[in-house]
Design a binder for this molecule. Structure first.
Ligand code: BG6
Length: 603
C-alpha cells in the first residue's frame, strides 16, 4: 500500500504535497518523492527513506510549481531505493506518474517495450505505466490514459502529468482508493482523505476505471469511453486524526477490516504466477529431512499453526521454536534442514539471530516477511513477501493472517512436490484457501455479537483459551492478542491438558474461550467445556461444528465451515475482535500498548 497525492492550483504545489505526504506516511514509508511540472519541465526529487529525508533534499535544492504529484512508498516490487522511488518518468521525459497498487502483467509489458528499444531504469512494476503511457501518447493525454489503463492487469491508483498538456492533472483507479478534492485555491487527488482534509472537505470518490481531469479551475470526470460522467461531491465530517484511520477509532480495527484484501493479495502473489509463486516452485523440498519454523510473538504462533498443516500434508517432521530460544540451544540442524523464519517487520533481533545461527549451521533458510528490503528478507536464501501492506498497530492482525495463508500455500505446494498430493488434490486445497477472503469478509460484516459479548468481559483478571490440535495453536494467538492490548492475564491450553493441573484454576465466573473447528474432536473439546462450566466458569464457544445450544453460562459464536487446516484464519478473526472490543471498553491505548514495540530490534 502506498500513498499518492497531486495538486493543481494557484498555490505552490510543493509544500502542499509534502504536507499531504506526511499524513499519508502510515500507508508506507520506504521512500518518498515529488514531481513538479513548471516552465523547466519536470522537476523530480525522490529518494529512499522517510519523508523528512525528502524535505531535507528539497531544502537543499528548492523546486516550485503549481502542479505536482507526490508519493510515499511501501515496496512490493523492487526493494526500497532512490531509483525505485516514485514518481516515475518515462524515458522520453514526457509523462510522470505516481502509483499505488500492483501491476500483475508488468513483466510482459516491460519485455514488449524493451524489445522496442525503450530503456527502463527501475525494478518496479510502476515504471511500466509511465513508459507505456509515453509509448501510447498521441497528443491527447486522456486518450492515452484510457489506452494505458486498458492494457494494465492488477490494481492501481494513478496520478499522471504530461509535459505537453501542463494544465491538466489526470487520475484513474482500479481496486485501490483515490479521491478528488476541490478547494477554492486548487484541486487535489489523494489516496485518502487525511492528505487533503486541511484544504477541503469536499471530495469525490473515484470509482474503478473512472477518469478525473483536474485543472486549476475545476475537475471533469469521464468513463472509459471518454463520455463525461456526473459525480456528486461528498462532505467529509471526520477530524484529521480519525481520517488517517479511515474513520476507524484505531489502526488495529482498520487493519482487522483490511484482512480480506491482505489475504487476497497474498494468495494472488502465489497463485497468480506472482513472484512468491515462482520462489516456492524453485525450491527443491525433497532434500529436507525436517522443517524448523521460528519467530517471535504472533509470528511464532503462526508457526505453531503451520506445524499442524505441514505435518498433516507433507508428512515431514516440523519443529517450532521461539527464536529467542532457538538461537541459544545448540539446535540440531544441518543442510538437510529447511528453517522457515516468520517476521512481519523482518527486523526482530531474536529472529535475525536465529536466521544467522541457522545459516551458520548450513541449513537452508526461507523467510516470510512483510517488509521488502528488511534484514531478514535480504539475508535468507529464499524470501516470501506477505502482501499485507504497512501494519501500524503494534498488535499484529492482517500481517498475521497473511502469514497464515502464505504458510498454507507453502505446505500445499510442498506436499504436491513431495508426491503427497495429486495435482487435483492440490487444486482443491488451493480453492479452499482462495475462499478465505470472502469468508472473512462475511464474518467482518457481523461483529455485533462479539462486540456486545466483549463488553461483559472487561472486569476479568484472567481469561483462559482452550482448543485441541490446530484450535489449540490459534488459541495461543487469541491469548496473546488479549494480553497485548487489554492487559488482562491470559493462558492458552490444549484442551486435554486441563485435567493435568490447570483446571484447578477454574472457579466461579472464570471466563474460558473454547475453539472448535476440528469436527473430529468436537466431543472432546465440548467435554472440556462441560467440565469448566460445572466448576463455575462461563464459556465463549467459537467454532463451525458446535452442536450445543447457548445457555446462561455458554455464549456461542458460529463461524463458516472450512477445512480444519485453514480454519485458524477464520477463528482468529473472532479472537482479534474479542480482544479489540475488550480493550476498547477498557479505554486503553490499543494501537500502542504499554511496554510493547511494533518490532523489537534489540535483544
Ligand atoms: C512483537 C510484536 O514486538 O514482535 C508482535 O508486538 C510481533 O506483534 C513480534 O508478533 C514479532 O515481530 P515480527 O516483526 O518479527 O513479526
Amino acid at each position: 500500500m502506498c500513498g499518492i497525492i497531486g495538486y493543481i492550483g494557484k498555490e505552490n504545489a510543493v509544500p502542499i504535497i509534502l504536507d499531504g505526504l506526511k499524513r499519508l506516511e502510515y500507508r508506507g514509508y520506504d521512500s518518498a518523492g515529488i514531481a513538479i511540472m513548471n516552465e523547466k519541465g519536470f522537476e523530480v526529487a525522490k529518494q529512499k527513506g522517510r519523508l523528512t529525508a525528502l524535505e531535507e533534499l528539497i531544502k537543499q535544492r528548492p523546486i516550485k510549481g503549481y502542479i505536482g504529484i507526490g508519493h510515499t512508498r511501501w515496496a512490493t516490487h523492487g526493494e526500497p531505493s532512490d531509483i525505485n522511488s516514485h514518481p516515475h518518468v518515462g524515458s522520453k521525459n514526457k509523462i510522470a506518474i505516481v502509483h499505488n497498487g500492483i501491476i500483475e502483467n508488468y513483466k510482459q509489458i516491460k519485455e514488449r517495450l524493451e524489445q522496442k528499444g525503450i530503456k527502463f531504469v527501475s525494478q518496479t512494476d510502476s515504471e511500466v505505466i509511465a513508459q507505456l503511457a509515453e509509448y501510447y501518447y498521441n497528443g491527447d493525454i486522456v486518450e492515452t490514459v484510457i489506452k494505458t489503463a486498458n492494457a494494465l492487469e492488477g490494481s492501481y491508483a494513478l496520478g499522471i502529468m504530461c509535459l505537453d498538456e501542463p494544465n491538466k492533472l489526470i487520475a484513474i483507479k482500479k481496486d485501490n482508493p483515490l479521491i478528488i478534492g476541490v478547494a477554492e485555491h486548487g484541486n487535489f487527488i489523494a489516496s485518502d482523505v487525511p492528505a487533503i482534509l486541511k484544504h477541503t472537505n469536499r471530495v469525490y470518490y473515484l470509482n474503478d476505471k473512472e477518469i478525473a481531469v483536474l485543472t486549476k479551475s475545476g475537475v471533469e470526470f469521464y468513463n472509459m469511453d471518454r463520455e463525461p460522467i456526473y459525480k456528486e461531491p461528498e462532505i467529509i465530517t471526520w477530524s484529521v486524526d480519525s481520517a488517517e484511520k479511515g474513520g476507524y477509532e484505531h489502526f488495529m480495527l482498520k487493519e482487522i477490516m483490511e484482512q480480506p484484501r491482505a489475504i487476497r493479495d497474498t494468495i494472488q502473489s502465489v497463485l497468480a504466477n506472482g513472484d512468491n509463486g515462482k520462489v516456492i516452485e524453485s525450491l527443491d523440498v525433497t532434500r529436507f529431512s525436517k522443517f524448523v519454523i521460528t519467530g517471535c510473538g504472533s509470528a511464532y504462533n503462526a508457526g505453531v499453526v503451520a506445524k499442524y498443516v505441514f505435518e498433516k500434508l507433507c508428512r515431514v517432521p516440523v519443529e517450532v521454536e521461539l527464536a529467542s530460544e532457538f538461537r541459544y540451544k545448540d539446535p540440531i540442524i544441518d543442510n538437510n534442514t529447511l528453517v522457515i523464519l516468520i517476521s512481519q517487520s523482518g527486523e526482530t533481533a531474536d529472529t535475525i539471530a536465529a536466521m544467522r545461527e541457522a545459516k551458520r549451521r548450513g541449513a537452508v533458510t526461507l523467510s516470510i516477511v512483510n517488509v521488502m528490503g528488511s534484514t531478514i528478507a535480504k539475508e535468507t536464501d529464499y524470501t516470501l513477501y506477505t502482501m499485507a501492506g504497512p501494519e501500524i498497530a503494534v498488535a499484529t492482525t492482517k500481517a498475521f493472517s497473511a502469514q497464515l495463508v502464505m504458510l498454507y500455500l507453502l505446505a500445499v505446494t510442498f506436499a504436491r512436490k513431495l508426491g503427497k498430493l495429486s495435482d487435483e488434490e492440490e487444486r482443491k486445497l488451493f480453492s479452499e484457501i482462495a475462499s478465505l477472503p470472502d469468508k472473512v469478509s462475511e464474518m467482518l460484516k457481523n461483529v455485533d455479537t462479539i462486540q456486545k459479548y466483549a463488553t461483559t468481559c472487561v472486569g476479568y483478571k484472567s481469561i483462559f483459551f482452550i482448543g485441541r490440535n490446530i484450535d489449540y495453536a490459534i488459541a495461543l494467538e487469541g491469548s496473546l492478542k488479549l494480553k497485548e492490548i487489554s492487559y488482562i492475564h491470559s493462558e492458552a491450553y490444549a484442551g486435554g491438558e486441563l485435567k493435568h493441573g490447570t483446571i484447578s484454576l477454574i472457579e466461579d465466573n472464570t471466563l474460558v474461550v473454547a475453539i472448535s473447528c476440528c469436527e473430529r474432536l468436537y466431543e472432546k473439546i465440548y467435554s472440556n467445556v462441560e467440565q469448566v462450566i460445572s466448576r463455575g466458569a462461563k464459556v465463549l464457544f467459537i467454532g463451525n461444528c458446535i452442536k450445543a445450544l447457548p445457555g446462561e453460562k455458554l455464549e456461542i459464536v458460529n463461524i463458516p465451515v472450512i477445512n480444519e487446516l485453514f480454519s485458524p484464519s477464520l477463528s482468529v478473526i473472532i479472537l482479534q475482535l474479542f480482544s479489540y472490543y475488550v480493550a476498547a471498553n477498557k479505554g486503553l491505548d490499543i494501537d500502542k500498548p504499554r511496554n510493547l514495540a511494533k518490532s523489537v530490534t534489540v535483544e
